[in-house]
Ligand binder design. Structure first.
Ligand code: C2E
Ligand code: CA
Ligand code: CA
Ligand code: CA
Length: 275
């Protein structure tokens, strides 16, 4: 028993070291990646479920490291949030996404909206609203085409978050609650915060043939529509899900059934084909 305990200690110790080394490596490499333009923004189109028309897209960060390979956003974004690197990184994504969208508008795709994910750390940073305003001014993108996706974690500081959301509304920028339903305060969010859109998390869209998931999705859509909010479903992978969502009155959706996140070039080809 003593031997096992010792082995286990070694195992955990080794695992812990590996985790720390990985994190430190990512922190250093991410800094280089930002300087060397190794990061990319991909775009996943958002669709009107009835017509299957593209109405907008979501910007999603991609990092393909020369030797480490593709690093999942969830992993490097967590590191960036811990180190504070999310501030320059988030600003870069925002600017790039607005620039690319403005380019699409110039090419004649006038009504394409852009959604950008924003970490709570960025959202709560002093001067966030001014930063967004500045990026819009620099890129020439009209504010009404920009939507910021934030999670329920902004509820940790309701008063401050409300103030920021009001500031964003004042400059004409839209806001969405991402991963809706997965936090602890979903209904409180709707009751308190001035948001425009709720985005039903993929975990509820998965296995909608299970009555629990079906009922939750139905309820979220009903609440959203009753509160005059836009409702979008993420992670749609099957025709079955697509049809059920239409039946339930959900107007917007996103998912591999329609398109994965793709480069701007690929997206343009998608758009060109669809228009
Ligand atoms: P999210 O905001 O919930 O984005 C949806 C994730 O689901 C994306 O993963 C997307 O590629 C994936 N997805 C979309 N449709 C489907 C589908 O039909 N099936 C499946 N299996 N997956 C689907 P991704 O790109 O790996 O991003 C993961 C998370 O990383 C995002 O979750 C978001 O929280 C974060 N993230 C990505 N880019 C950024 C960014 O620029 N800033 C911040 N703060 N977070 C980001
Ligand atoms: Ca999102
Ligand atoms: Ca999600
Ligand atoms: Ca998310």
């Amino acid at each position: 028993a003593k031997e096992t305990g010792k082995n286990r200690y070694h195992f955990f110790n080794q695992k812990l070291n590996e985790d720390i080394v990985r994190k430190m490596t990512l922190e250093i490499e991410l800094k280089k990646a930002m300087q060397n333009d190794e990061l990319m923004v991909h775009y996943q189109p958002k669709f009107e479920l009835n017509s299957k028309k593209i109405i907008g897209m979501e910007a999603l960060l991609r990092w393909n490291h020369a030797t480490l390979g593709a690093i999942p956003p969830q992993e490097f974004i967590r590191v960036a949030e811990e180190t504070g690197q999310i501030l320059p990184l988030g600003e870069w994504v925002l600017r790039k996404a607005c620039e690319d969208t403005k380019e699409l508008h110039k090419k004649g795709y006038q009504k394409i909206a852009i959604a950008v994910n924003v970490s709570v750390r960025q959202f709560e940073e002093q001067g966030f609203v001014e930063l967004v305003e500045q990026v819009l001014e620099e890129t020439g993108l009209e504010a009404k085409y920009l939507e910021l996706e934030i999670t329920e974690s902004i509820m940790q500081n309701v008063a401050h978050s409300t103030e920021i959301l009001k500031g964003l509304k004042a400059i004409g920028v839209k806001t969405a609650i991402d991963d809706f339903g997965t936090g602890y305060s979903s209904l409180h969010v709707l009751k308190t915060l001035p948001i425009d859109t709720i985005k039903i998390d993929k975990s509820f869209i998965d296995q909608m043939e299970v009555i629990t998931n079906f009922s939750i999705v139905k309820t979220i859509i009903d609440i959203g529509l009753n509160l005059n909010l836009k409702v979008i479903a993420e992670g749609i992978e099957t025709h079955f899900q697509h049809e059920i969502l239409i039946d339930l009155g959900c107007e917007l959706g996103q998912g591999y059934l329609f398109s994965q996140p793709v480069s701007l070039k690929e997206l343009e080809n998608h758009l060109l084909l669809a228009v």
